[in-house]
Structures are given as C-alpha cells and as structure tokens.
Design a protein. Structure first.
Length: 415
C-alpha cells in the first residue's frame, strides 16, 4: 500500500497523515515499515542470493528501530564513527557483522573497534594503516583490512556526492594500493584481505558500476600476475533512487540492481563480494511531514513558508537535490513557488521554482524521499530541536521511534 491517496487524502500504509500530524506534531519524519522491509527483501533477493554480503551504510539513517529491522533481515552494518559503532553495538550487531569505513578514524575509534572485534576496517591512507598497525600491535591483535581504492571513475552524479575521482579526498591511487599489497610484511599486525571502492552516491545509470567492475577485473588480474592474492572485494554503495517519483515501487529499480550484481558475479567470480548500500534501502520509505506557516510574495516571486527546514532536510541546500512536494489533499490547482523554512539563511529551501499545489496557511505539506540523509543529517541550528521519527507499522499502528528533542535537553548541554 505504501504512500497512497485514499479518498484524495495522503495515507501511509492505510494511516491518514492528518491523524499522524495531529498526534505527533510537525515537522516529523514518517517511515513505512512495509517499504523498509520490502527494500531489504529486494536487496537480499538480488545480492545475498547471489552470494554478496550486504552491509547497510547506517549513515543514511541510523534510527535503531530501522537498524534492528535490517538486522533481523540478516544485513550487516557499515559504520563511519564511534557513535555509529556504539549504536550498532546497542542494536545487538555482533563484531563480524560490522565494517568500519571513513577517511579518518581516531585512535579511540580504532581501539574500540578492535576491542569489539569488528569484521574489517576499510583503510584509505598510509597514516591510517600505520596507526592501525600500531593499535593492533598494542592490542595483540591482527586487524583485517580492505584497502579503499580510488579508481578515478566518474559516477555521473552531483559533484558533492562523487567520491571515486582522483580530486576527491577518498581512497588511494591504484599505485599506492598495489604498493601496500606488495609490502604486507611492513605491517605484521594487519591482514590485507581485499579491496574496497565506493565511487559515489545516487548513481542511477549502470555504466559507472560496470566501469568499476571492469576496472577491478583488470586491476586484480594484474595483481594476481604479481602473486598478490586476497579474498574480498567491496563495491560500496551508491545505488540511486527515483526522487522524481518517491512513491514508485522498488521493483522498478530491481533490474538496475540485478544487472550490476550479474556483471560483478561474472567478472569478479573468484572473490567474496560485498556491497554497502544506504540510500536505496531507506530514501523512499520516508517522508517529511510539515505544516504551512504562511504564503508571501516578494515581487513576482511566491514563497510558501513551512515549519520544516534545512535543519530537517539539508540535501536541497547542500546538493541542490530535488525532493518532490505533495499536498495532503491532492485536488489542488498548481502554481510556481519556492518552499522555504523559517531558518535564517537564504539557502534554507526545500524546493525552488517548483510547480506545486497551492497551499493555504496551516495545511500539511509532504516532502518525498526523506528516509535517507534527512534525519541523519539533521541539526539544531537556530536552536531548533531535532524532529521526531514515526514508524507506520505493518498492521497500521504508528510508533514514535525517536522523540522530538526537548528544549530542556538542548539547554542542558550548555550547563
Ligand atoms: C564508503 C561508503 N559506503 C557506502 C555509502 C552509502 O552510499 P549510498 O547511501 O549512496 O548507498 C557511502 C555514502 O556516502 C560511503 O561513503
């Protein structure tokens, strides 16, 4: 059922969003458990069934209820910070279900991860390798490492979410990766178990993934000819979703995912393959529910001001990202307007120059695709409390899965 209009009113899995707003207030994130489960099932069918290990990149949405749901589906987690490690531990993920990525890890983070016996570290630089060697030696352990390769492949996405070009800060050049793999004796407390790549996010064409797979086929065969062997290849995440139609079923995306899985299986058949998807699992399972504070004109420019803001959804300001806008009742004439929040920044916009329904004061507005990189990128700028997260369960009950931050809690941090 998912997000659908019933009698011209928007519902989530049969639950009227007007009732949700009445019960929990706005702004609020609403997630569909049905869609979250379905997304996880599709990834399992496409990737796990073909022998891949799938680790959810929890930076996309680190709500523990969602993490538990994916854990129960058998997915692991890809983490990038101490906070994410602690949250994974809190949710009951075991060490072998966790891998630690990220361009810089502190000594404390390395020590904690070693203590927790995580599966492996994705390492992106010499300084990190040396640091990990020292910490592993100190702990009397041998750390499993996948070296992050920067293959200089254009993911054909927004420059701010492209990570596999050589001008990006991520990964290491093929020459460096080769150097480390041929000098493993320099790091006796590290086990070089493989290679990791993540070329970018919101990739909607298969070609960049094909390019990556073909590149890795050649790179690994060169390494093999030099006697370098390892078992694991992690292709990262980055699978895009349809932001134009967030209510589209994930089955529309399945052939895209299948084509990538098939190509990888064919070309990299000798390796244990991994992926670390974030967005594709959660983006279109969520919406941001906001209320219209009012309308205003500046010259011939029309603004709809809502109570949600870049503090709830920074992607439009950060990446010029497109998020669709819906009215709660879908029988409206439309006009061109900007949807903006109350935050004191000109960049505080959720949609610009957009043909949207005409909204009256106090009406509900729905911003689509707010399940990924929305709440997890939330901030308290202007001392706005973090917005609550609500899960609409399989049997149509609503559950508050993160409370609205209280002003007392915000103020107490300063004391
Ligand atoms: C190393 C790594 N893996 C996985 C992901 C998840 O990407 P996505 O949400 O696009 O699938 C990211 C996102 O930034 C990342 O940096």
């Amino acid at each position: 059922m998912a997000f659908t209009y019933i009698d011209k009113r928007l519902h989530c899995d049969g639950v009227d969003l007007h009732d949700v707003a009445g019960k929990y207030g706005t702004p609020a994130y609403i997630y569909s458990e049905q869609i979250l489960r379905r997304n996880a099932d599709v990834l399992k069918n496409v990737f796990v069934e073909r022998g891949f290990k799938v680790s959810y990149a929890m930076k996309a949405n680190a709500n523990p209820t969602i993490l538990n749901l994916f854990k129960n589906k058998g997915l692991g987690v890809d983490i990038v910070s101490e906070g994410e490690l602690r949250m994974a531990e809190h949710c009951g993920f075991k060490g072998p279900e966790i891998n630690f990525a990220g361009v810089g890890k502190s000594i404390k983070e390395l020590d904690l991860a070693l203590e927790f016996k995580i599966d492996h570290f994705n390492v992106e630089s010499r300084f990190e390798l040396e640091q990990l060697e020292e910490r592993a030696k100190n702990a009397g352990k041998k750390a499993s490492v996948l070296l992050r390769l920067n293959p200089d492949i254009d993911p054909q996405t927004h420059p701010h979410i492209s990570t596999g070009l050589k001008q990006n800060k991520f990964g290491m050049s093929p020459e460096k990766v080769r150097h480390f793999l041929t000098h493993t004796e320099m790091y006796p407390h590290i086990r070089f178990d493989g290679i990791h790549c993540h070329i970018g996010s919101q990739i909607v064409q298969p070609q960049p993934f094909y390019d990556l797979i073909d590149y890795l086929e050649e790179f690994t065969s060169t390494l093999r000819s030099e006697g370098v062997e390892f078992k694991h290849i992690d292709l990262g995440g980055g699978f895009g979703v349809n932001y134009n139609d967030p209510f589209e079923d994930i089955l529309e995306t399945t052939p895209f995912l299948e084509s990538i899985a098939e190509r990888a299986k064919e070309k990299l058949r000798d390796y244990q393959l991994h992926i670390q998807p974030g967005r594709v699992l959660v983006a279109n399972a969520g919406i941001l529910l906001t209320r219209v504070l009012g309308n205003k004109e500046n010259g011939d420019h029309h603004f709809v001001i809502v109570d949600g803001a870049t503090t709830d959804l920074i992607r439009p300001a950060l990446y010029d990202a497109y998020h669709s806008v819906y009215s709660y009742q879908n029988d409206r004439p439309t006009h061109v307007a900007d949807v903006v929040g109350p935050v004191c920044e000109s960049s505080d916009a959720l949609a610009r120059n957009r043909e949207i329904p005409e909204f009256a004061k106090d009406e509900l507005m729905i911003i689509g695709s707010a399940g990924a990189y929305a709440s997890s990128m939330g901030s308290t700028y202007n001392l706005r409390p973090l917005s609550p997260e609500i899960l609409v369960g399989i049997s149509g009950e609503t559950q508050l899965i993160r409370d609205r931050q209280s002003f007392d809690e915000m103020i107490s941090l300063y004391q």
